[in-house]
Design a protein around this ligand. Structure first.
Ligand code: URA
Ligand code: SF4
Length: 199
């Protein structure tokens, strides 16, 4: 089995973690991706948000949530009155997973094994950020934090207690981007974020 664990320095601060993550080979995803995209934001941070994995833009830029999903997230955070600059933003998996279709790189959902392999980084980010609330954006993030049997559809908008952590769950911004009824999906996402912010 593969894991990031052997690449994670113990007891280090955020900057040391971030630079160590550049050299992670804990699963195969580092091979085709451009770079590790580590989480960003203040440490400590009251609020932490966890996405799935970097997309095409994040992979080339090296920063979280800078592509289409990030723009949607920015709009939703603004509508919910959440300051992105005060929020620690990261992903369950730190490398882009994709397939090539011609010149286009199409995002693929990371496998469970990759999510598990990458979790030691997320655990360390939680340790240094010490968030009062961790908001999981989508099922991949929620299962990374809460376990593989977690069902997002049954708990959307809720805050759960898990291993001493308060964990809120909602959908992934990409699901809102793709939604058939965009306005309805956007409003529901903002409603979740607004409620979670107050929790
Ligand atoms: N989707 C994610 O889950 N994270 C990003 O950083 C970008 C897109
Ligand atoms: Fe390491 Fe995570 Fe990248 Fe896999 S996805 S190589 S575990 S940082």
């Amino acid at each position: 089995t593969t894991s990031a664990a052997q690449f994670v320095p113990s007891g280090e601060d955020w900057a040391a973690l971030r630079s160590a993550a550049d050299g992670c080979r804990g699963c195969d995803l580092y091979q085709d991706a451009t770079q590790t995209v580590f989480g960003e934001g203040p440490v400590p941070a009251k609020l932490m948000m966890v996405g799935e994995c970097p997309g095409d833009r994040e992979d080339t830029d090296g920063h979280v949530f800078v592509g289409p999903a990030g723009r949607l997230l920015d709009k939703a955070l603004a509508a919910a009155g959440i300051d992105r600059s005060k929020t620690y933003l990261t992903n369950a998996v730190k490398h882009f997973r994709f397939t090539e279709r011609g010149k286009r790189r199409i995002h693929q959902t990371p496998r469970r094994g990759e999510v598990v392999a990458c979790f030691p980084w997320l655990r360390e980010e939680i340790r240094v950020a010490r968030p009062k609330l961790v908001v999981c954006l989508g099922a991949v993030a929620a299962k990374a934090v809460l376990g593989p049997s977690f069902k997002l559809t049954e708990h959307r908008g809720e805050v759960l207690e898990h291993e001493g952590l308060r964990v809120g769950v909602t959908v992934h911004p990409s699901a809102v981007v793709r939604a058939e009824n965009f306005t309805e999906a956007f409003d529901a996402f903002v409603a979740d974020l607004t409620a979670l912010k107050k929790s």
